[in-house]
Design a protein around this ligand. Structure first.
Ligand SMILES: [Zn+2]
Ligand SMILES: [Zn+2]
Length: 345
């Protein structure tokens, strides 16, 4: 089988890989679609993630769906031919975090397509992937593979919003209108928010946000004062969800939250040293929360996507054959052209 292997910065190759034999409880998934995430792009451009360089040829990808092609001994939950979304999160299941429903904080986590551990946890951008059946969540036959592959980013969004408190009747600000921000927008509306406004520094993603039902969009690069409201000089939002990982967006959130408001940080900061305007936090008694990946949300995300009740169409911008992975990654890196880009296997 073939896999998309990162060999160096901006050097992706489609290479043959051995298929390993299946152990007890394991299945082989024929991958149909894999979504390119911001973290995959970070690896692609920088060949590292924060303090974790890539140290060996590395298959990227942690958002994928496909069909069960083979089952190992003792498999009971899925059968050959079942269509599944693959959960890339492998917490230890034993530690205090895993035993208290906070498995995303597990110190022994293996997350596919991540260089945090060595040998690295190889990712899902491959024609087939062997994994335990418990990592596979069934999707209906009529759910497109690239919709099912959104289960991972949607899980991230569901987990983030679990930190936001009830959204019914609330005013919500989202900073960063990429795929995560767009899904936050969609889910906040689903949860009954009175209004959802969204910012970005390029106009193109904001057009998608309009199509997804944003009440107002703000191009904060073109018009830095767009969010200011003289009627609410101390800010007017109950909840802000920061999805860009940019310090300027964090400052915007803290300035625009009303007194007593809550920030949820979802975007990853490329620079680990971020200045936080704590005077805003202090004077307005703001609550700061952060959200790391997801815990138990994956099957819920699969169900939501399978239900067809989320209009995710506008988020799915491009699909490339895996052989054109370089072009796919370049397209995904251009926020003026693309939203979520998928590889087809
Ligand atoms: Zn992702
Ligand atoms: Zn654990």
């Amino acid at each position: 089988m073939k896999a998309v292997v990162l060999r160096a910065a901006e050097d992706l190759r489609v290479e043959p890989r051995e298929e390993r034999a299946l152990g007890p409880g394991e299945v082989r998934v024929r991958v149909e679609s894999g979504g390119i995430c911001g973290s995959d792009l970070h690896y692609f451009h920088h060949y590292r993630m924060g303090d974790f360089p890539v140290r060996e040829p590395f298959v990227l990808g942690h958002e994928a769906a496909g069909t069960i092609a083979e089952t190992g001994p003792g498999v009971t939950r899925v059968a050959v031919g079942d269509r599944v979304a693959i959960n890339p999160s492998h917490p230890c299941g034993q530690c205090e975090f895993c035993r208290s429903d906070r498995e995303n904080l597990c110190g022994d986590m293996i997350f596919l397509g991540s260089s945090r551990r060595f040998p690295h946890a190889q990712g899902l951008f491959a024609e087939s992937f062997a994994t335990h059946e418990r990592q596979c969540v069934k999707v209906p036959a009529d759910t497109p593979a690239r919709v099912a592959a959104l289960a991972e980013p949607l899980s991230v969004v569901l987990h983030a919003l679990s930190h936001a408190g009830p959204l019914l009747g609330r005013e919500v600000l989202v900073t960063g209108a990429g795929p995560i921000g767009s899904l936050v927008l969609m889910m906040a509306r689903f949860a009954g928010a009175a209004a959802v406004e969204i910012t970005d520094v390029t106009p193109e993603p904001l057009k998608v946000a309009e199509a997804l039902g944003a009440d107002r969009t703000h191009d904060v690069a073109g018009n830095p004062d767009s969010l200011a409201d003289p009627a609410h000089p101390r800010g007017r939002f109950d909840v802000a969800v920061e999805c860009s990982g940019h310090p300027a967006a964090l400052a915007t959130c803290l300035a625009q939250l009303a007194p007593g408001g809550t920030l949820v940080q979802v975007g990853m900061y490329a620079n680990t040293q971020v200045t936080v305007p704590m005077d805003q936090v202090m004077v307005k008694e703001l609550t700061l929360k952060s959200s790391m990946r997801f815990a138990r949300e994956f099957p819920v995300a699969v169900d939501l996507l399978a239900s067809g009740r989320l209009n995710v169409g506008p988020v799915l911008s491009h699909e490339f054959a895996a052989a054109d992975a370089m072009e796919a990654f370049r397209t995904a890196s251009d926020r003026r052209r693309s939203m979520k880009v998928h590889l087809r296997f």
